[in-house]
Design a protein around this ligand. Structure first.
Ligand code: ADP
Ligand code: MG
Length: 695
């Protein structure tokens, strides 16, 4: 391995393909990991560190000592019938063999294979007068000579099929010697003292090449802090700017406006709805733009609250944009708005994707000249050619499908109030971070008079019975959803797919009923068509994928079958289930699943036991972690490489406090001490949400 780097030519912006040991192929593999330049590489952190003492020859091992051995795997046997099951491996070096066992080690069988080399570390015990290791730590080696290298570099990197951990280490390690030229400290001496962290170059050197556990802990602290701090700083700057510089129209409330709006609803608003409306009205009345997240379980009555807010804006002679993530949902909103506003003078329209030519131009003109009050649509509303004369409020439904970027897009020329609705219960740590620039209102309980939803797990042998049960309901003029994880079964014949099952349901099982298909590959027009027939009761059974996940409201649909339910996340199942139980009669959610595993059974069991979205989301959050539940792309959530907001809460609070103080004292980050922080911030968020707010 050539370690002699000509660092004179290499800097943090150097592309990785110019580094020793990286050609175009490997560069491509690195790129897939998000690593393009040296700076990215330095932030490609190890997933683990394995400190192993000098290897000892197998013949020298003594019971009760701790040793590292390096040897060839000679045999691997798995005894699944024992309790616990045992993976038995024999490893030999030139001095003899040694037994290693892993209890419940079945999962290791596709890694630990005869003919490979292994380095194992752990305490040695005795077995039939010979030494043996039990559940040792281990690393598999391409050849035994790698042991020495590993010895001096404990970092283990997240690897891919094309890039082994070893290889990644060999590319990174030579850089560490010149870390001071490749990485920059951006905190002032003073700031670094108050938070007591390593310098950034030091931390980077230690994370990749620590001498001991303490090095790792210190390095992690600094690098996690950086991620959390820069994000909190961006949010604090944004908040500052919003509250100090942007003016919004003050939307005034009077008793008359209030009662005029309430008359539109055929029911009394719930306690929670009233509380939330009061919070929203307080925000709308200020000249600082409101930026509020409205959380509430599916069916809790958010749409009604949003319409209330919209009507307040209209009463103040302002325009309102209401946006949903899909055309179906936008249409749904528009329909319910139509229902509530029947006979009202409020001018409203929907901008659909299929709308073109003269008709579209006419509507755009009306919007531009202020002759349209409420405009409903999808992201299309964000397109450049849609101009409002006097936009006072933006309502965004299901914002987690949007990403925050688009929200700032709409704010381009004007500064309306903004209400973001989400049915995904979001843990507090997340609202404080990804949504750190939003105030939060929560609707906790749902309106009365809604039918209960009974959820049942249905095993394979009970399918026929379940179909009979559904047939009876369909005969009683109820409607049903059948939801599948896939559109077609090409990818995996094991998983039920909507298109195939549609054939079976429509031609065989429910031949006497009207069965229709809905999925994401259909055109917007086709989808709308099917939905409107389902809504009007002309379709009995809707076979679909998760496209119906959010917001669809058909009270007469009281049955939902979810096939291969174990394939869905809990939060997603809960969202789906929220489509039923919307009317007064009892609804049934049947989770079909062939999963035998205990984990899958338990997960689905939560769905049977709980109807509380927050409780379910919490479980999901624990099982899957925030990463998967709130993917960056979907959420506009900052992409953390090392910080973990579900466990680094204290550090997050420290970062938040420091960020707020810094912005208080230096709102533009122009003081000499903060100049480099500002630079780091701009570099970090150059492609994302925050730039517009600080550049
Ligand atoms: P969300 O948008 O939170 O899913 P919606 O606003 O669509 O919920 O309301 C769900 C259903 O409950 C709708 O059919 C709506 O008419 C009804 N609803 C809303 N608020 C009330 C209320 N205060 N009392 C009775 N029904 C209500
Ligand atoms: Mg809704």
């Amino acid at each position: 391995m050539g370690q002699n780097l000509n660092t004179g030519k290499i800097n943090s912006a150097t592309q990785v393909q110019y580094l020793k040991g990286v050609g175009p192929n490997r560069a491509e593999a690195f790129e897939q990991l998000g690593v393009k330049v040296v700076a990215d590489l330095l932030e490609y952190y190890p997933r683990d560190w394995q400190f192993m003492p000098q290897p000892t020859k197998i013949s020298q091992l003594k019971p009760d000592g701790e040793y590292t051995i390096v040897g060839l795997i000679e045999s691997v046997d798995f005894f699944s019938h024992r309790r616990p099951a045992v993976l038995e491996v024999y490893v030999a070096d030139e001095t003899g063999p040694c037994r290693i066992i892993w209890f419940n080690g079945g999962y290791l069988r596709n890694q630990i294979m005869a003919g490979k080399f292994i380095m194992a570390f752990g305490k040695v015990g005795e077995y039939k007068h010979n030494v043996q290791f039990t559940n040792p730590r281990f690393i598999l080696l391409d050849d035994p000579s790698q042991a020495a290298e590993l010895q001096s570099s404990p970092a283990v990197y997240p690897a891919t099929a094309k890039l082994s951990s070893q290889h990644i280490r060999r590319v990174i390690k030579p850089l560490i010697a010149s870390i001071d030229e490749l990485a920059e400290e951006y905190y002032s001496e003073q700031f670094r003292k108050t938070i007591a962290v390593l310098s950034r170059p030091q931390a980077l050197a230690k994370i990749h090449d620590p001498a001991d556990e303490n090095d790792i802990a210190q390095a992690k602290r600094r690098l996690k802090f950086d991620e959390l701090f820069l994000m909190q700083l961006a949010l604090a700057l944004k908040r500052y700017r919003l509250s100090h510089y942007e003016k919004a129209g003050q939307l005034k409330m009077t008793d008359e406006i209030d009662s005029r709006i309430r008359r539109r609803f055929p029911f009394l608003l719930t306690e929670d709805q009233n509380v939330v409306i009061a919070e929203i009205c307080a925000g709308l009345a200020k000249s600082v733009p409101m930026n509020r997240l409205l959380q509430g379980d599916v069916g809790s009555g958010k749409t009604v609250v949003a319409l209330y807010a919209a009507l307040v804006a209209v009463a103040n002679k302002k325009q309102v944009a209401i946006m949903a993530p899909t055309e179906i949902l936008a249409a749904q909103h528009f329909n319910s708005i139509e229902k509530y506003l029947k006979g009202s003078a409020v001018r409203r329209c929907m901008i659909a994707g299929g709308l073109t030519g003269k008709k579209r131009q006419l509507l755009l003109d009306e919007i531009k000249t202020g002759r349209m009050d409420i405009v409903v649509g999808t992201i299309a509303l964000l397109e450049h050619d849609i101009e409002f004369q006097n936009l006072g409020l933006i309502v965004i439904d299901e914002q987690h499908k949007f990403g925050v970027e688009q929200r700032s897009g709409l704010r381009k020329n004007t500064c309306p109030h903004c209400l973001v609705m989400t049915a995904t219960p979001i843990p507090r740590t997340i609202t404080m971070t990804a949504f750190g620039d939003l105030d939060v209102s929560v609707i906790k309980s749902s309106p009365p008079g809604r039918g209960a939803v009974v959820t049942r797990l249905v095993a394979h042998e009970d399918r026929t019975k379940a179909f009979e049960f559904i047939r009876e309901r369909l005969k009683a003029k109820k409607q049903a959803y059948f939801v599948y994880p896939r559109i077609t079964s090409e990818e995996d014949a094991q998983i039920k797919a909507a298109v195939d099952e549609y054939e079976i349901l429509s031609k065989k099982i429910f031949r006497e009923f009207k069965v229709e298909l809905l999925h994401g590959q259909m055109t917007a027009e086709q989808k709308q068509d099917v939905m409107s027939r389902f809504r009007s009761g002309h379709v009995d059974v809707l076979v679909s994928t998760v496209v119906i996940e959010v917001g669809v409201d058909v009270p007469n649909a009281t049955i939902m079958v979810i096939e291969d339910a174990d394939r869905f996340g809990l939060a997603q199942l809960h969202q789906l289930r929220g489509r039923i139980g919307r009317g007064e009669s009892k609804s049934y959610c049947l989770l079909f699943s062939n999963a035998q595993g205990e984990v899958a059974r338990n997960r689905l069991g939560i769905m049977v036991r709980s109807n509380n979205g927050f409780e379910i989301a919490d479980h999901d959050f624990k099982i899957r972690g925030p990463g998967e539940m709130f993917s960056t792309r979907q959420h506009g959530m900052p992409d953390f490489k090392i910080a973990d907001i579900s466990s680094d809460f204290d550090l997050l609070m420290l970062a938040r406090k420091c960020a707020l103080e810094m912005v208080q004292n230096d709102p533009f980050l122009t003081k000499p001490d903060n100049i480099n922080i500002r630079k780091a911030l701009l570099a970090k968020f150059k492609d994302t949400i925050f730039l517009a707010d600080i550049a």
